[in-house]
Design a protein around this ligand. Structure first.
Ligand code: PHE
Length: 339
């Protein structure tokens, strides 16, 4: 009988039609499955004469083996083809350039803060940071500003409770440090401060940099010498400072410090409103009452303090005319401060 070759031929035709491994598996089952052709042939054995059976059985077994071999080969080829297709579809171009991540940049306020710290650290100042939530004592009372003092009206304060408030000035740090440390003191205190104030040059939250020097024989000349150095580093090599009388409860005498205009060199322009000078900070000799409040003997020690708005310095330095630009964090604005 040539059943073997016929069935093999049939299997070949069925396998050729199969387009994927699933269809191929189904084709294989038609021949080798439990109810496939090979099983059906085996079942026919019982209809044969006894003596025919061994030869027939052998033949069917040979057929099964050939079919198994045939399908195994075709399956392997099909798998290979499918893998090639899959790899082609999922092809990764390893030579493609990667996605670039833009390099970040320090915020102009952080940048100015760091520059200020650099200038004063070079003169031996240490950085001290006080808390943003203060009590009335450190923010006002110890700074010679008692509850009924009219100077408390100078700043619109955010009170949290009767006692606690968001600090309106980093000057509170002067008291905290002097309570901890005996002179000589050279302190620099950067931080956020809060005031109910909101327009193009004022924001309810801004940053200050406080300076405090306490030692024997400290004078206003020392203050101006250090501020001259600050002005030259921050603005221009030819910058000068000028002190004008002013008033703060915690300094006596108090001064307002102007820096010669770096845009026009002092001739007068729109930035300095024609005066040649720009007001940049408040300062003065530490009021003896403040020293007493902190247990420092004002007959032995003297000191000066200054406080400046970091945003204000950044705005002057970079020509920014609206303080809101510094908090909106529009990347197009911030990108301009790349190195
Ligand atoms: N604390 C003052 C202010 O916020 C600035 C200042 C600091 C003045 C230190 C004198 C001495 O306006």
């Amino acid at each position: 009988m040539d059943i073997e070759n016929d069935v093999l031929q049939e299997a070949k035709e069925a396998a050729e039609k199969a387009e994927d491994s699933r269809a191929l598996y189904e084709a294989k089952m038609q021949f080798l499955g439990r109810s496939g052709k090979v099983t059906a042939l085996m079942k026919r054995m019982k209809d044969l004469a006894q003596e025919m059976r061994p030869a027939f059985g052998k033949q069917v077994n040979a057929l099964r083996e050939r079919l198994e071999g045939f399908f195994a080969e075709i399956e392997a080829r099909m798998k290979e083809r499918e893998m090639e297709k899959k790899l082609a579809a999922e092809r990764v171009d390893v030579t493609m350039p990667g996605r670039r991540h833009g390099k970040g940049t320090l915020h102009p306020v952080t940048r100015v803060k760091n520059e200020l710290i650099d200038v004063f650290a070079g003169m031996g100042f240490e950085v001290f940071e006080g808390p943003e939530i203060e009590n009335e004592y450190y923010n006002f009372t110890a700074l010679n500003t008692p509850a009924d003092h009219p100077a408390r009206d100078m700043q619109d304060t955010f009170y949290l409770t009767d006692e606690f408030l968001l600090r309106t000035q980093t000057s509170a740090g002067q008291i905290r440090l002097m309570e901890k440390k005996k002179p000589p003191i050279k302190m620099l205190s950067p931080g956020r401060v809060f005031r109910s104030d909101d327009d193009a040059t004022h924001s309810p939250m801004f940053h200050q940099m406080e300076g405090l020097v306490v030692d024997k024989g400290v004078t206003l000349c020392d203050l101006q010498g250090m501020l001259d150095e600050f002005a030259r580093t921050m603005f221009s090599e030819t910058s000068k400072t000028r002190l004008r009388p002013s008033y703060f409860p915690f300094t006596e005498p108090s001064v307002e410090v102007d820096v010669s205009c770096h845009a026009c060199g002092g001739k007068g322009c729109s930035l300095c409103k024609g005066t040649g000078w720009i007001e940049v900070l408040g300062a003065g000799m530490v009021n003896r009452r403040v020293l007493e409040n902190c247990g420092v003997d004002p007959d032995v020690y003297t000191g000066f303090a200054f406080g400046m708005g970091i945003e204000r310095i950044a705005m002057l330095k970079y020509g920014v005319n609206n303080i809101k630009l510094l908090t909106e964090n529009d990347v197009r604005f911030l990108e301009q401060f790349k190195d």
